[in-house]
Design a protein. Structure first.
Length: 242
């Protein structure tokens, strides 16, 4: 069994397991690919998001005149999201509210999934790179749509021999976004796993709760915020033609 990105790192004990595990082999055009823990955990999170979205929609529509606590909470979340996106992107934010909301919820739930015994999908670089590449495509699309040829001529600013550095800077965006998220989440996953693997059973009661609060909940929320804020900043910068 291969251990993905954890090659060269041996677990201290069986309990200290922060590896990506291959679960189900699939024959794909003569090659063997695997359904891994990342795929399973991602599917669980996506199903959870769909269920929550359906419940939220039905609750809001059903209790328009007499809101319940749940529907009122949903409206507060939506209003907070609108203010968050609007504050960063202004009027342009209405075009990106769905994407920003979706990636924030997905990244946040992925980051805190360790609280529920799952291995965070965002601790797999394949996940964070895909998220960053989607953002990268949106950034370049915004540049081409609103700047036209300016999206290309900007690569030669302030003088033409800055072209190689500007190109590197553009492609560094998805790398920095993906590595920042991946590194922080993986670090938390490794630290929690090592704690459970190294510490006697007696010390696993109570104390890990503080680690989960910081490494999963607090850090997870911060990383989701940073990723979405940088996404909005980069896209808005490309839209700004003035």
């Amino acid at each position: 069994m291969h251990n993905g990105l954890a090659i060269g790192v041996a677990p201290v004990r069986n309990e200290a397991d922060f590896f990506i595990h291959e679960l189900v082999p699939i024959n794909f055009f003569g090659s063997t690919v695997y359904i891994t823990t990342t795929h399973v955990c991602s599917a669980i999170i996506l199903i959870t998001i769909v269920i929550l979205a359906i419940c939220a929609r039905n609750s809001v529509l059903k209790h328009k005149d007499n809101p319940t606590k749940f529907s009122a909470g949903v409206e507060i979340v939506i209003e907070t999201l609108l203010k968050f996106v609007g504050g960063a992107m202004g009027k342009a934010g209405k075009n990106y509210i769905n994407y920003i909301g979706a990636i924030f919820i997905y990244i946040f739930l992925s980051n805190i999934s360790g609280l529920f015994g799952l291995r965070p999908p965002t601790a797999d670089y394949g996940t964070t790179l895909c998220l960053a590449l989607i953002t990268f495509v949106m950034i370049q699309y915004a540049a081409i749509r609103y700047k036209k040829w300016g999206a290309f001529t900007d690569l030669f600013q302030p003088v033409f021999f800055f072209f190689p550095m500007n190109v590197i800077s553009e492609f560094a965006t998805p790398l920095s976004l993906s590595l920042r998220l991946f590194g922080n989440v993986l670090a938390g996953t490794v630290m929690i796993s090592l704690y459970y693997g190294l510490i006697p059973v007696l010390f696993r009661i109570g104390i890990p709760a503080f680690l989960h609060v910081y490494l999963d909940l607090f850090s997870g929320a911060i990383q989701a915020y940073v990723f979405t804020m940088l996404t909005m900043t980069f896209v808005f910068d490309k839209r700004n033609v003035e």
